[in-house]
Design a protein around this ligand. Structure first.
Ligand code: NI
Length: 399
């Protein structure tokens, strides 16, 4: 490794307490997607105190900071590092002194930690500017949790222009603190959503023959939608079709005129992703017509799947095996969750990785989005070191 690991550990240890302090401050003052005004202001002010960052705000609540390396024999490459900053509409149930002061809003996914880790990496990389060449672009992204997401907006604003590689991290509750989770290729699915309205003809429940029963039709649709995964898609391709909301009716003696079915589809393969709504609509159409009803079918595509570029991912695996020890870098399986980090991966080779945040001995084991979710704060230094070691290697001076 070009940079001395002892120096790296020393610098990361020196920012450790500040990173924890920033995380706690952000945790106390969470803001929802697209409303990260105070958060982004905090990021701007904290960065400005570190050194010569070129700071901009491509959207009202995002921050992009560019820093140039001071090594002379550089290849002039650009590495983007991304953190998301938004919180969730969850009422926190933790009793920390730094628990959320915002009723009904909580950093229940760990994005407070992501922001703090990236600030820590920015400070260390600024201090070690003489060891790297080119540019590090720190992207503090708004609105990961709420479709259409902040990433797409930032890409459209040009934040990925000229970028050679992009990295993003998620503090990860399923993974033990001290470990980094990595996977080449597909990591997170494309999360699409659908809404089906079955239109029948309402009437008296005692006279069903005078109605078109939207509930009975909806029940058939829900059952038949299971065939998309079990009978129509290739069983070797991951796919989820989940109905998550059914709404109809008002009373025990009325057949309602319409019923609503809402849910999500998760997939990786682009052609399968295109095919699923076609299959679904065919089922909905066939069943409603068979029973004399009609329908509205609304299908909305969400984020693209997160697919890690294999070559970059293998380079990172080698870098982190040196920085942390090979046994600390573990292979993770793809999951059917979604992430708008995928938007950056359309523009440059990118890797999204997990920073283990679980510690059962400390009682830190609740899943993401839970009212008692938290992270082992020891994980924050791991994240800082992962970002910094990757930057020092990917942007190492040549010759
Ligand atoms: Ni998250």
């Amino acid at each position: 490794m070009a940079a001395d690991i002892r120096l790296l550990d020393e610098r990361v240890a020196a920012v450790r307490d500040d990173v924890i302090g920033w995380r706690r401050h952000l945790h106390q003052h969470p803001e929802l997607s697209f409303q990260e005004f105070r958060t982004s202001e905090f990021v701007r002010q904290t960065l400005a105190a570190f050194g010569p960052f070129e700071i901009s705000s491509p959207t009202p609540t995002s921050v992009v900071a560019r820093l140039t390396g001071a090594a002379t024999s550089g290849g002039g490459q650009v590495l983007a590092l991304r953190a998301d900053m938004d919180a969730l509409p969850v009422q926190e149930e933790n009793q920390f002194e730094f628990a959320s002061r915002q009723p009904g809003v909580m950093h229940a996914c760990g994005h407070d930690g992501h922001t703090a880790m990236l600030l820590g990496a920015a400070r260390v990389l600024c201090e070690l500017r003489h060891l790297w060449a080119g540019e590090v672009r720190f992207i503090f992204q708004h609105a990961e949790e709420l479709f259409p997401g902040g990433a797409e907006e930032l890409v459209r604003a040009g934040v990925m222009d000229g970028v050679d590689f992009v990295l993003g991290a998620h503090l990860w509750a399923p993974l033990e603190c001290g470990y980094i989770g990595l996977a080449a290729g597909p990591l997170m699915a494309a999360p699409d959503v659908f809404s089906i309205t079955v239109v029948g003809q309402g009437g008296h429940a005692g006279y069903p023959h005078q109605t078109v029963d939207s509930i009975a039709i909806a029940a058939q649709i829900i059952t038949n939608l299971q065939h998309v995964v079990s009978r129509q898609a290739n069983p070797l391709q991951p796919l989820v079709v989940s109905v998550t909301k059914v709404a109809a009716g008002t009373a025990d003696n009325i057949i309602p005129g319409s019923a609503e079915i809402v849910g999500t589809v998760r997939s990786f393969d682009p052609s399968l992703r295109d095919q699923v709504p076609v299959w679904m609509e065919r089922i909905v159409k066939g069943i409603t017509e068979a029973h004399g009803g009609s329908f509205r079918f609304d299908y909305r595509r969400g984020y693209r799947p997160v697919v890690n570029e294999p070559e970059l991912t293998e380079r990172l695996r080698a870098i982190w095996a040196q920085a942390f020890g090979a046994d600390r870098v573990v292979e993770v399986e793809p999951s059917m969750g979604g992430e708008d980090f995928s938007a950056y991966q359309q523009k440059a080779p990118g890797t999204f990785f997990y920073v283990g945040a679980r510690n059962e001995a400390k009682g830190i084991a609740h899943p993401h989005h839970h009212p008692r979710f938290t992270v082992d704060e020891d994980a924050l230094a791991v994240g800082v070191k992962a970002f910094v070691s990757a930057a020092l290697e990917l942007l190492a001076p040549r010759g």
